[in-house]
Structure formats: structure tokens, C-alpha cells
Design a protein around this ligand. Sequence first.
Ligand code: MV4
Length: 446
Amino acid sequence: MFGKLLIANRGEIALRIQRACRELGIPTVAVHSTADAQAMHVRLADESVCIGPPSAKDSYLNVAAILTAASITGADAIHPGYGFLSENAGFAEMVEDHGLTFIGPSAAHIRMMGDKITAKAAMASLGVPLVPGSPGAVADLTEAAAVSETIGYPVLIKAAAGGGGRGMKVAHTADELSEAWRVARAEARAAFGNDAVYIEKYLDKPRHIELQVLADAFGNVVHLGERDCSLQRRHQKLLEEAGSPALTGAERDALGATVCAGLTKLGYRNAGTLEFLYQDGQFAFIEMNTRLQVEHPVTEMITGIDIVREQIRIAAGQPLGYTQAEVKFSGHAIEVRVTAEDPETFAPSPGRVDVFHAPGGLGVRVDSALYAGYVVPPHYDSMVAKLIVHGTDRPTAIARLRRALEEFAVVGIKTTIPLHQRIAADPAFNAGDYDIHWLERFVAGE
Ligand code: MV4
């Protein structure tokens, strides 16, 4: 096992990783920007190193400063959390080149999944179902038109280097194709410095369902079930559930079996998430995330498996130690992301937190780095807390969510707690009747 672990992140996820390390008996090193000197993750770590000024580019994305911090503190492993350097294959490679362990997949697998075209090609070869579309990159407008005729309109043009919704353009008809083509290529080039694009059939009302997997270095791969992450606004998730209200256990088991067999063949290692669109009873793979995800706690609540602990054990060369049949799913879990934003306009609301009272009781978990007196800096992501509830079934979990949201007190900054209360009270949400477009309409008052 590792002698000391450096956490290359901040906020609630830095605390989450520290908690796993403490339970494993591993001392931790926090890194922080000058804006985060008073942050909770610095206070709770065994050691801390300031790595630069507030701007993330000069601190949490500063590879040289982070490697230096690891070197001077004698850390032998680095956990990147989510965001920042977590899906940077070059960083993973550099960590390993410095004789340290990167807590995550190999640089080769991060690179493969970072390019959506190579990710899809890999999944197709492993028998994972895809959205109908171009077999690879589409070279020019002539080829784009031919592919689109074959699969049928509407189509979606996506950037190979994209993901998370950036660089996508819909063409509803052949008339719209040339404009969509031009804009998609230009955006891909500007945003990613890579104008490679591919085409998919546009699904008009899918759910976003993702599958959590764990893979050790000995070819053992298990899935921990699915999460329904359809409730998003501008590609930011607001609420996630495990399991999906739309899925049967049999559908999950079948998809899981295909995915686990495929990842064994691929030699994938550590935690990962496969994203699918689900419409008309069909799954279609779109992307794979090679990092720990924000919403991992809902999966932990229904399986009892500590995903961060498993990531660390796997990276240290330990076997999973259990089979798929030993992974038991129990009850239903829901997470809401509380952000420091106006709940109606979504305008950022950083500043001093005067009162912080987290809810508690049976089936309630709060992952947050907030405390009374803390000043939320304006430089980073606006998420300040995750509220996770677990119950024996979905209605019980929703009742618990409503109760916990009422107890939650954050005074001094605006938060999205009132929005979450409105969602939790909504009949369509309670019926589990929603797709990826539902939340945009809900916040627009439609
Ligand atoms: C799609 C799609 C419809 N059809 N692909 C958006 C983010 C990126 N991960 C993939 N995305 C989509 N891909 C096809 N072929 C619709 C979306 C999409 C979406 C997906 C998941 C969650 C929210 C979304 C909101 C708008 C569009």
C-alpha cells in the first residue's frame, strides 16, 4: 500500500479522498492555491503545499508544481479527483515517469477514451451497442451528406475531442447540413485545436444512463449498476439517481455483462463510467469517463462499496476480492448538487458563508467542504455541497430528500437548494417521468 498520497484537487472531492485514505491508514498531502489557504481540504490534510496563485491554470492545473509538491513531501501516489488533471493522459504519464502511481487507468486508456472516435471504435469492437452513425471521423461535407442519408435525419455532428456537450451541432434536414458542418468544425477547431468530427443519428428524447465499473489489474471487472443523470441544465448535472427509474434489473444485468466482458478484453484498470443514451428500450454508448465522477456517491449508497477506497487498492495492485454475484444492490439513492448560484437566474453567488447546517439522520449523507465563516472563492466550480439520500425504495428516498432539503441551512450565499425543493415536489419527477430535456423546460417555467 502507498506510504503517502497527494490529492491534486480541492473542495468536497479532496475531503472525500482524504476520508478514504484515513480509513486505509495512508497519510495525505493537500495542494492548494493562495485563494484556498483557508480551505477545509487544507485544514484536514496531514500536510499541505501551496502550488500557486488563484487561477486554476497556475495552481490545480500546474503539473510541474504538483509533481514538485509530491517530490518534496515524499508522496508515492497522486489521486486527481474529478475535473482539473483527472483525464489528462500526459499528466498520468508524467506521474508514472516520476516513479509515482497515478490513481486511475493507464495513460493509453485515458487517451483512447478522450478521443470519442477511438472510444466508440473500441466499444463497437467489444460488442457494446452504439448510436447509428459514421464509423469514424468524417472527412468532408460530401461524406457527411452520404452518412446522413444512410442513417437518416436528424443527425448530430460531434467533435472527436469534445464530450460534455461542447462542439455539437444538429442538422434536422439535408438543408441544414452544410451550415451545421461548417459551425461544428469551426467550433471544434477553436475549442480543442482539433477539428475532427463524427456524425450520429440524433436521438430526440433519450435518458442519460451511465454504468459504473471497477476493474483490477488481474482482469476482474465488475459493474456497480447504473445512474440516471438525465436531469441536466446546459450540460451541468443537477440531480442523479441510482438506479434509473426507467430501467429493469434485467436490462441492467444484460448491459453490465456485455460491458464487463468488453473491459476485461480491453485490459482496462481502475474505476470508469460508460455513458449511454437510452431511448425506446435501447442503449447506445456515447462516451467513457476514465475518472471518479461527482455523482459516485449514489452508487456507493446502493452497493455499500467505497469507490475511492477501491480505486486506491486497485492502483496499489490489490485484487478486487469479490465477484459480480457478490455485488448486491439495495434500495434507491438520489444526489442533488448544491451550487453557490441564484436558484432562478443561475448567477454565481460566491462570498462568506455565515451559517452552515448540514442535514443528518438515517439515509442522509452530505459531502461538502463548507463551514461557517468560510468564504467561497469566485475562481472555481460553483458546487459547494452534495446532498445524498438513500431509502429502501424511490418514494422513500424522495421523502427523505424533501426532509433533508428543509433541514439544510446555508446563509450568506445564494444556493440552488430552493430549486431542488421544487424539483423534489414535482409530479413528473416523482413519477420518474423525465428525459434529458425535462429540466431545461422546468427551469424555464414550461
Ligand atoms: C446526443 C444527443 C442526442 N443524440 N447524441 C450531450 C453531451 C454529450 N455527452 C452527449 N450529448 C448528447 N448526445 C445523440 N446521438 C443528445 C445529447 C444531449 C444530452 C445528453 C446527455 C445529457 C444531457 C444532454 C442534453 C442535451 C443533449
